[in-house]
Design a protein around this ligand. Structure first.
Ligand SMILES: O=P(O)(O)OC[C@H]1O[C@H](OP(=O)(O)OP(=O)(O)O)[C@H](O)[C@@H]1O
Ligand SMILES: Nc1ncnc2[nH]cnc12
Length: 238
């Protein structure tokens, strides 16, 4: 079979995949199916059919993305089930579908929250933050582990699922009042994201939201984010 050209084709391929679904995938598919079933009903209420088709495409793309994740028990320390997002970048079709899905998720923040700056977290937030920033016509600013960047920086200590660390941002990288969206691959305990948010605020940035590829809801990371609007593309407790 030839390679699909876009996210819609990824979705179409997924719908014919006979691999058994996990409970999470089944839940996502249920959402997708409900959207499909409601399509003509939505249209009769004046909602655009392309919006319904887009929601359906997004739901099926999420199943593809969930299926591409890999799980590694007891990494980097015993007791942690490490969820590896790197396979999402190995296939250009899936990589493109991921970026398209994240772009759609940003729309959930609303027009008033359109970010001036995407702040991506060291290291896996660097894999998609700059590409997403380009799609949104925003600037990209990194938050890095301590000691990696030159010039004056502000620093925040934080606890994460498997240890303590320090994050830094370069002074002046975010201008006072700029609308900032913090992005990262995973929210687990929320320690990393909360530290990044505090750095943005120390520079005078207007923190409009957090966006993650994957959430581990059982770890309740959102509770550390002070009620700032938070959107995640996928979730799993497995
Ligand atoms: O919600 P939390 O409990 O803070 O955990 C989430 C963070 O942990 C991982 O990064 P890690 O610190 O392992 O760094 P890496 O990306 O450099 O591997 C992940 O990429 C997030 O940044
Ligand atoms: N369980 C996990 N898998 C991958 N990255 C993580 N970062 C924090 N917790 C993680």
């Amino acid at each position: 079979m030839s390679a699909p050209a876009d996210a819609a084709q990824v979705a179409a391929q997924t719908s014919t995949d006979k691999t058994p679904l996990t409970s999470v995938e089944a839940a996502v598919l249920a959402t997708s199916t409900a959207t499909d079933a409601g399509h003509s009903h939505d249209a009769s209420r004046g909602q655009s059919s392309s919006a319904a088709a887009g929601a359906s495409e997004l739901a099926r793309t999420k199943i593809t993305l969930l299926g591409a994740l890999k799980h590694f028990p007891d990494f980097p320390i015993p007791g942690i089930n490490f969820i590896d997002i790197l396979p999402l970048f190995q296939d250009p079709i899936i990589h493109n579908a991921l970026l398209r899905a994240l772009e759609l998720q940003v729309q959930e923040f609303g027009e008033q929250a359109k970010p001036d700056v995407i702040v991506g977290l060291d290291a896996r937030g660097f894999l998609f933050g700059p590409s997403l920033a380009l799609r949104l016509n925003s600037s990209f600013v990194p938050v890095r582990k301590k000691g990696k960047m030159p010039g004056p920086c502000v620093t925040a200590a934080y606890e994460k699922e498997y240890g303590t660390d320090f994050f830094q941002i370069q002074e002046g990288a975010v201008k006072p009042g700029q609308k900032v969206l913090v992005v990262d691959d995973i929210i687990a305990t929320g320690g990393s994201a909360a530290a990044a948010g505090s750095l943005v605020k120390q520079l005078g940035g207007n923190l409009v939201g957090y966006l993650f590829i994957l959430e581990i809801p059982v770890l309740n990371g959102r509770s550390k984010l002070d009620g700032v609007q938070t959107v995640t593309l996928l979730e799993t407790n497995e």
